[in-house]
Design a protein around this ligand. Structure first.
Ligand SMILES: Nc1ncnc2c1ncn2[C@@H]1O[C@H](COP(=O)(O)OP(=O)(O)OP(=O)(O)O)[C@@H](O)[C@H]1O
Length: 227
């Protein structure tokens, strides 16, 4: 369970999160809203990448302000541009690096890497140069590299933005199949069908909180009213 209590954050004096309080317990939660409405900043507070100016974020009762490392072990983060997340030369090395310092033995690491690569459709690319993968494969690798650490929650910040339609489907299906809690930020509104809950953000506040169809309607109406 993730709890936000009166979370407020400003950049250069401009408030981008304005006193947000939420309890995030559902399996699949979507977060939508206009560019600049504060979605990424909110998402980054969930694993302590951003610590709010005031208020607090609790992950299983752990305050992100005090327990950043422990929180990041529980809350994995996938970015929209996989290139910024892939850091090692080969596919297997990139997955493996997430387990460095975990105290897990070599044989178990190798087994976990193989299993995660297979689950993400990358078994045949084990020793491939990571930078030569297609955009969709890179996003699956970024996902695999986070999933190997077995987070309890996965926050995905527009993971399909740079992908073609086929790969949007591949990544969306992969996210749907996860047992973990998934919090998905997206401008691809149709990927939220079947989600348990969708939040709409506008100007630093959550302005709608409900089921996907109603949330998309609310967001569409909001955008149509904009000059
Ligand atoms: N590190 C930063 N320094 C200064 N301003 C920032 C920083 N990060 C975000 N902002 C500003 O905060 C506001 C909210 O940005 P944020 O990225 O949270 O919005 P978003 O809803 O995720 O937008 P998008 O849909 O475009 O990704 C924007 O005006 C942005 O320019």
């Amino acid at each position: 369970m993730i709890q936000l209590e009166h979370v407020t954050h400003a950049y250069n004096g401009r408030v981008v999160l304005d006193g947000i309080s939420l309890e995030l317990g559902e399996h699949r939660i979507g977060l939508i809203g206009a560019n600049g409405s504060g979605k990424s900043t909110l998402a980054r507070t969930l694993n302590g990448l951003v610590v709010p100016d005031s208020g607090r974020v609790l992950v299983d009762g752990l305050d992100t302000r005090k327990h950043g490392r422990e929180v990041r072990r529980r809350v994995g983060f996938v970015f929209s541009d996989a290139d910024t997340q892939i850091i090692m030369p080969t596919v297997a090395e990139d997955v493996q690096i997430g387990l460095r310092g975990s105290g897990i033995g070599r044989a178990e690491i190798a087994g976990r890497v193989d299993e995660v690569l297979a689950r993400h459709g990358l078994a045949g690319h084990r020793d491939h140069p990571a930078h030569l993968l297609s955009g969709g494969q890179k996003q699956m690798l970024a996902l695999a590299s986070v999933m190997v650490t077995e987070p309890r929650v996965l926050v995905c910040d527009e993971p399909t933005t740079l992908l073609d339609l086929r790969n949007v489907r591949v990544v969306t299906e992969a996210l749907r199949g996860l047992e973990q809690q998934v919090i998905l930020l997206t401008h691809h509104l149709d990927t939220l069908a079947g989600f348990d809950r969708v939040l709409v953000m506008d100007e630093g506040a959550v302005v709608f909180d409900g089921e996907p169809g109603a949330a998309v309607e609310h967001y569409t109406a909001l955008m149509e009213r904009r000059p």
